[in-house]
Ligand binder design. Sequence first.
Ligand SMILES: Nc1ncnc2c1ncn2[C@@H]1O[C@H](COP(=O)(O)OP(=O)(O)OP(=O)(O)O)[C@@H](O)[C@H]1O
Ligand SMILES: CC(C)(CO)[C@@H](O)C(=O)NCCC(=O)O
Length: 434
Amino acid sequence: MDVKKPASQENLNGDESESQISHLALDIGGSLIKVVYFLRSNGSGGSVDDSGKKSDPVLEGRLHFAKFETSKINDCLEFIRSKNLHLAVNMLWRQAFSRQYAFEDIYVLFICLQIKMNPGFRHHDASASDKTLIKATGGGAYKFADLIKEKLGVVLDKEDEMDCLVTGANFLLKAVHQEAFTYVDGQKEFVQIDQNDLYPYLLVNIGSGVSMIKVDGDGKFERISGTSVGGGTFWGLGRLLTNCKSFDELLELSHQGNNRVIDMLVGDIYGGSEYSKIGLTSTNIASSFGKAISDNKELKDYKPEDVARSLLRMISNNIGQISYLNALRFGLKRIFFAGFFIRGHAYTMDTISVAVSFWSKGDAKAMFLRHEGFLGALGAFVSYENHGLGGLKTHQSVQQFAVSETYAGKKICCLVNEDLNDNESIDFGVAFAA
Ligand SMILES: Nc1ncnc2c1ncn2[C@@H]1O[C@H](COP(=O)(O)OP(=O)(O)OP(=O)(O)O)[C@@H](O)[C@H]1O
Ligand SMILES: CC(C)(CO)[C@@H](O)C(=O)NCCC(=O)O
């Protein structure tokens, strides 16, 4: 494809082929593979600054996000291979998504990056693909390393999963305007993050399993707890109990259900009364799924939507409670919940928020992240910077961006163009300034 460059553009390293860029990072989890890739925009790479002076070359492009079920890893690898994302290939962003892949979701035109290349930085060379290192995190970076080498001919450069989650969370909280929000009484309210007062916080990542991480700064963290009752439990048990064929179908079902049909409430035990002495109202759940022991019913006698609702409530409530207890252990007031279990689902967020608020007597706050599922992959992507890529420096001409924060010693400017809609599809710009 012909690339029309602005007159100001120069080759970054004096070699046309090496001015092409496609950075890819993977987070291969127990349930889902998250893919983040940067593609250079048409004609980016200008090297004249606002005042007309020659400056460092700049690449502009976009970060794209996609996810696949881990069980369909071959679809993911085929997607990467067919788009040559593992190589240094230019202009891929222009190609139509002409083939259908079983990707779960794809976010395109998502983040615009302006990247100032360090002098001496050399891109991946397509002809040396056997030496190409792709940043990858999550258990699958170990489990599937050989398969990926075989199918794509690339070696995975493994990054620690917890490191990546924290890096991704810090990156989003500092760089992205309106990233965090509370969800109370059906209302989403964005939280203004004060960079100077971000730490410490508790990061609860609800993937297949749940990790709880106390974050004290950039790269400063401790995984203080976890639970195996997480997103995998909801989807696994839910699938068995309802015969749902997809996670989204199960979520949708839960939306329509009534948990009181199956959950035993305090009122069911107390003849309709509350137990106010210990702070329980009559509608508080006394025992999740507890009614099923006395109803003399079979599974088929319950509506799948009621089962899905009880299950979602039980798991969300439990995670909210364990999270709060861990926050209490370390005196943490802010808890950020992430991971693809949440899926921006109102009932999930509401249950977690209520659990945190109930147990903390309103003292602690549950907050959610708009890019909930991509923390690890973003962390792996950002880690290119830490380990030799050296390219993710930024261009000064980003003053037009609305938000300007400091991240890892660098100035990051970011603009949210549109509000996040219900599909969590978002269009915004990010730029880094040196
Ligand atoms: N389309 C989907 N298919 C399967 N699970 C989904 C889907 N969408 C959301 N989920 C939920 O998200 C969870 C996976 O979340 P996430 O991708 O954050 O974790 P993971 O990286 O796969 O897991 P882990 O970190 O424990 O290895 C699933 O267990 C499920 O509850
Ligand atoms: C094992 C991991 C870290 C893999 O992502 C995750 O699934 C998890 O945190 N599970 C919970 C394990 C536990 O702490 O009980």
